[in-house]
Design a protein around this ligand. Sequence first.
Ligand SMILES: [Zn+2]
Length: 359
Amino acid sequence: MQLGTAESEPGELVTGWLEVTDLPTGTPERLPVLVAEGEEDGPTLWITAAIHGNEVTGLAVAQDVMTDDLADEIRGTVVCIPNLNPAGLRRTTRTSYYDDEDPNRFFPDPDAESTRPPSVQQLVDERIYEAFADSADALVDLHTAHVGSMPFLIRDRVLFGEERTESEARDLADDLESLVEAFGMPVVNEYAAEEYTEQNLQRSTAGAALNNAGIPAFTAELGGHDVVEEDTRESGVGGVRNVMRELGVLPGDPDPDAVGPEAPVEFPVKRAVHPHADTPGIARHRVEAGDVVAEGDVVADVCTPHGDRKATVESDYDGYVLGRRHGVAVYENDPVASMAVRDDADLVVPRDANEDESA
Ligand SMILES: [Zn+2]
């Protein structure tokens, strides 16, 4: 395999660079590439990280998975780009400085339309997409979530419609389930279809891999931003190696119990930005990451600047806390937490629910 300047060799770990655009200052913007190829043929796993430049535990996991002797251990190929966003990494910020848009929302989507020419970030995302869409049999995209967040995995819903039939979507969802279960961290389903496309999440790295290219792909949220969290780094490496075992890239069975943490509840959950404060003030949380919450439980008090309680913010759902929102200042309708809440909805859904009803 040739990826940028990296040319893979059986039994070797090779490194190189993938150029994604030219900068105004005369040098190319290039992404670090590592490719480990086994002696024996097998599947190709892609590992990507740090499309949000401050999500550094993901970058560390990607680097540490690609050991010198990985090529001797595997069959097939492991391709790794530990940093999809060099501009964000330079400044330890989420976005690039090409524009201030979220770089993880511009991957190709057959339904996306614009009369304006694609931005440089969109071009960069398209070039990354072209690199993995043809070669990947599975993809894991490594991120981090909030300050003090617990680690978890995001499983996107599989959309059917023009790109694939419902039965193809179910097969893809089954393949995806086996990979997320193998990793070994709590699995949180992504927002329901309407909110998913409203937030352009089908244009994230994993979203486009899954819902456009039809590759089983998911996002790992490895704790908090800005500093490498050592425990989570170690579990993240274990999780990615479990995915390699599930794919048959590494020998042996996955051992998800060795990774952790355990999901705090037994029922299926989806990601929710929830609950929201309807009274502005100073939020004083009553919960922290990992706490189980029942419908009606108070998640936070809202106080005056002097510390007098003036309102409470309750959860509308059963679930658990993934992380508290950073800071304590809340304006009207600001969320106070990110939660995993009960989810009884199907994981395979029509891309356009309204269209499906009329069809
Ligand atoms: Zn991220």
